[in-house]
Design a protein around this ligand. Structure first.
Ligand SMILES: [Zn+2]
Length: 475
């Protein structure tokens, strides 16, 4: 299996620290707001990596953190007039719901930054003792000049590097490029006691402390979005290696989901919140959309591309559902470790740095063969295609008959149930709105308002626009 390692700037054969096992750390969300679909891309890309590692015979340990203390969370809490704990807790639940909704397996370990202050204090102490960090003004800073490799991951030389983002705030820094390990306490903010005074962790520190706590001082794969390469991952490497840990052996970065077009085209709003997008497409369709591009590519969002992805998923789904009906085979599908069921073209595509576009081409080719076999009543051939298609889809988390998607359809009644349910709800809301219009027409505003309030109570928000009433589900 070849994986593109950002640090090596090349694809490298994957050889784990411990044969047969793979340890993966992924930088998770900073939980200051509910997730939009951009947040899900990283989760879905790494979910496919984990599924492929498992399908290839590795026992995977997957750790993804939650950043539950950070400037943005504190700002959101102040703006709302509640404590930062409440903002973090609520949004962490929203993220967990969204990850589940698109079929991402939960991590084996999901540590929160605020639960690991003692580990961070130990790491800071090691860095100070080794001459790589220094306290000042109530904070503690990493001395970037003490670590000659600083800048290697992002390909920068220290003398050309811009100052750290908080350079102006901290007069105690010896060098503007030094980054903050520990922030001195400010009035009204949560803080913890340390040997250097009360304060709270800098963002970068938590990932070094938590990844090595759960995966060991040296582990296999560290992942995140390309936007994290600098400064976040550069700083993680500096902290951990300067402290003497081997740290991650492969650095994988997913491309971002570009939202520029959407931001320009409308008043931004919340149209790309996961909860909103899932009123327009079904969860496996959204997953297909996020999975189909290569994980390292930039995926520029457009409503058309999302619809195309949904249509492509439906083509696969129609074959699987129909073949399963005809052949009387809608079981849970082959286990992921039954590799012989996977076509060679699929396997080699996935082994080539998770080449999902080529792997999906193999799926669609197999669907075409299967449809032909069904049309010609060639049952054995159709069954072979169905088995292969479902085995491939399982690796991508897209098997329409998997319990995940049957459950997501709301009734366990199988594929298509979610569609039907949505159609029924749509018709009911339309009927209700017609009654409201009729009430308004006879100037019975009390009834019209009662109808609107009743809809809102069951989670249907109605907005009156010049083109007529629009409604959406709130969460
Ligand atoms: Zn991180």
């Amino acid at each position: 299996m070849q994986l593109h390692d950002t640090a090596a700037r090349a694809a490298r054969e994957f050889t784990p620290v411990t044969p047969g096992k793979a340890s993966v750390y992924l930088c998770g969300a900073t939980v200051q707001a509910p997730p939009h679909i951009g947040h899900l891309r990283s989760a879905v890309c790494f979910d496919v990596l984990i599924r492929w590692l498992e399908a290839s015979g590795y026992r995977v340990t997957f750790c993804r953190n939650v950043t539950d203390i950070e400037d943005k969370i504190l700002r959101a809490a102040r703006a709302e007039g509640v404590s930062s704990w409440i903002v973090a807790e609520r949004n962490q639940r929203a993220f967990t719901w969204a990850y589940d909704a698109v079929g991402c397996r939960p991590p084996d370990i999901e540590p929160r930054a605020t639960g690991h202050i003692p580990e961070m204090i130990v790491l800071i102490r090691r860095l100070i003792e080794g001459g790589h960090a220094y306290p000042g003004g109530g904070g503690v800073y990493f001395d970037v000049r003490s670590y000659p490799e600083y800048g290697a991951l992002s390909g920068q030389r220290l003398d050309q590097m811009r100052p750290a983002e908080d350079a102006e705030e901290d007069a105690a820094k010896r060098d503007p490029r030094d980054f903050t390990l520990w922030k001195a306490a400010k009035p009204g903010e949560p803080s913890w006691e340390t040997p250097w005074g009360p304060g709270r962790p800098g963002w970068h520190l938590e990932c070094s402390a938590m990844s090595t706590k759960y995966l060991g001082p040296m582990f296999d794969i560290h992942g995140g979005g390309v936007d994290l390469i600098f400064p976040h991952h550069e700083n993680e490497i500096a902290q951990s290696r300067a402290a003497g840990d081997g740290f991650a052996r492969y650095w994988l970065h997913n491309g971002l989901l570009g939202l520029a077009g959407e931001k320009m085209s409308k008043s931004l709003g919340n149209s790309l919140l996961v909860t909103e997008v899932l009123t327009r497409v079904r969860a496996p369709e959204l997953r297909y959309y996020l999975v189909q591009a290569h994980y390292r590519s930039l995926l520029e969002y457009s409503a058309e591309a999302l619809e195309e992805a949904a249509a492509a998923y439906q083509r696969i789904e129609r074959f699987v559902v129909r073949a399963a009906e005809v052949l009387g085979d809608a079981g849970p599908g082959p286990a992921a470790d039954e590799l012989p069921a996977l076509p060679v073209s699929f396997r080699s595509a996935m082994d080539d740095d998770l080449g999902v576009p080529a792997a999906l081409a193999a799926v669609h080719a197999c669907v075409r063969d299967g449809n032909q076999a069904l049309a010609g009543s060639a049952k054995a051939a159709a069954r072979a295609s169905l088995t292969q298609v479902r085995a491939m889809l399982d690796v991508l988390g897209l098997d329409p008959l998997a319990p995940q998607w049957a459950a997501a359809a709301g009734s366990g009644a199988g594929p298509g149930a979610g569609d039907r349910l949505r159609d029924v709800v749509g018709s009911l809301v339309k009927l209700t709105l017609q009654q409201r219009d009729a009430a308004r027409a006879r100037r019975d505003y009390a009834t019209a308002d009662a109808i609107r309030d009743g809809l809102e109570e069951v989670g249907v928000v109605v907005e009156d626009t010049p083109e007529g009433p629009r409604w959406e589900l709130k969460r």
